[in-house]
Write a protein that binds this ligand. Sequence first.
Ligand SMILES: *[C@@H]1O[C@H](CO)[C@@H](O)[C@H](O)[C@H]1NC(C)=O
Length: 144
Amino acid sequence: MEKNVTISAILVLATFALAFASANIYPEFIKWHVYIVNGLSNNQNLWVHCKSSDNDLGTQILSQGSNFTWSFRIDFGHSTLFWCHLKKENVCESARFDAFWFDDRLFEKCGWKNCVWTARDDAIYLTTLDGKVSQLYYQWDAGD
Ligand SMILES: *[C@@H]1O[C@H](CO)[C@@H](O)[C@H](O)[C@H]1NC(C)=O
């Protein structure tokens, strides 16, 4: 009898522990932040224009080292998608890319909170907020 009570208690605790652990990774409950960082050299400005189907975030001109950020929650249909058009001010190179979409692999790389896109001279990188991990994602294209 006592043994059964103990086992029940352990099961109840384990269930709660699991529920809490997975609540942390329900992407719908997270406030997501996306950053676009001007990591170009030579004092170059970066032109940034990001959108979703509901929101036009407008054209931003970022000086070297600065960033543009916005936050949102994922809709329950999982269709949230933001895309961006980046343009180097002094060089005829640009990039169009998806900056946020529903994908566990992306969420993992964003540390389940912050998706940081850093535009460097050679390409666009997905980086961690602390800048320690950085992965090449998109190339610049010639033209606007
Ligand atoms: C964005 O800019 C702010 C203000 O300068 C700075 O505090 C923050 O660290 C920057 N974030 C990133 C990801 O570069």
